[in-house]
Write a protein that binds this ligand. Structure first.
Ligand SMILES: Nc1ncnc2c1ncn2[C@@H]1O[C@H](COP(=O)(O)OP(=O)(O)O)[C@@H](O)[C@H]1O
Ligand SMILES: [Mg+2]
Length: 237
């Protein structure tokens, strides 16, 4: 059997002296959209930072398609095929939408150049109409789409999205959900951190629930949906 696209095994992560993740295990298979669910402060963003190399685990291992990446510098992890969209979108406000996209352009780990500007504008028609606009003038939802598109420009093997629905109006949240489903339909492997389980119900195929830095549940999304004990105990619904 092929190795999972992404595997986190027994990760202990600290900020200074305080331990945040305790032996965290997580696995994402090729083509899955895995929701990483948990309350505020559960450790979702820290898990992403660990994977991206910004908060390297003190113990444990992270593998991308079977190849260890833990301990590598963040830029090497990005080149190895992990596309990371952080919570605080980090666009370049004084540059155009198109320049923000171009900044993210690189070939994939095996030379793939699947995601070009043309293709991005097909999948994100909204951005096509704004290509010359300064990114700082976009709405929050448009900026979120821009950061997702910019990460795709790097032709990643897996895309990490940290709370893409946070702080956005319901109609924009729906649009972001639609986009994630489109990407899934195109075969993109996605790990999606969310507090909002309802957003994930129609978007994710699988769910991993974290609480206090540990995984407490992992199942197909449909099973989590019907598990009131878990949703009530670990998720704010
Ligand atoms: N830079 C930091 N230094 C110390 N503690 C932090 C830092 N960032 C987050 N934490 C703590 O780590 C825990 C997990 O945070 P985080 O991973 O951001 O959770 P989530 O993304 O699930 O809301 C929280 O208790 C938070 O206060
Ligand atoms: Mg977070």
């Amino acid at each position: 059997m092929a190795a999972p696209m992404l595997e986190v095994r027994g990760a202990d992560v600290f900020y200074g002296a305080s331990q945040i993740l305790f032996g965290l295990d997580l696995s994402v298979e090729r083509g899955q959209t895995m929701a990483l669910l948990g309350r505020n402060g559960a450790g979702k963003s820290t898990t992403f930072k660990a994977i991206a190399g910004l908060a390297p685990p003190r113990r444990g291992e992270i593998r991308l398609a079977g190849v260890p990446v833990s301990g590598k510098a963040p830029y090497r992890i990005a080149r190895a095929g992990i596309g990371y969209v952080p919570e605080d979108r980090q666009i370049f406000p004084e540059h155009t939408v198109e320049d923000n996209l171009i900044v993210g352009a690189k070939r994939g780990p095996r030379g793939e150049a699947h995601w070009t500007l043309t293709r991005i504008y097909e999948v994100f028609p909204l951005l096509a109409g704004m290509r010359t606009r300064m990114a700082g003038r976009l709405s929050g939802g448009e900026q979120q789409m821009l950061t997702i598109a910019r990460a795709l420009m790097g032709n990643p093997d897996i895309l990490l999205l940290d709370e893409p629905s946070e702080g956005l109006a319901p109609i924009i949240v729906q649009a972001i959900g639609g986009l994630i489903r489109t990407m899934r339909g195109m075969g993109v492997t996605i790990l999606l951190a969310e507090q909002n389980m309802h957003f994930c119900l129609d978007v994710a195929t699988h769910a991993t629930v974290v609480d206090k830095g540990q995984v407490v549940y992992c199942a197909p999304m449909a099973e989590l949906r019907s598990n009131a004990a878990i949703t009530q105990r670990f998720l704010a619904v």
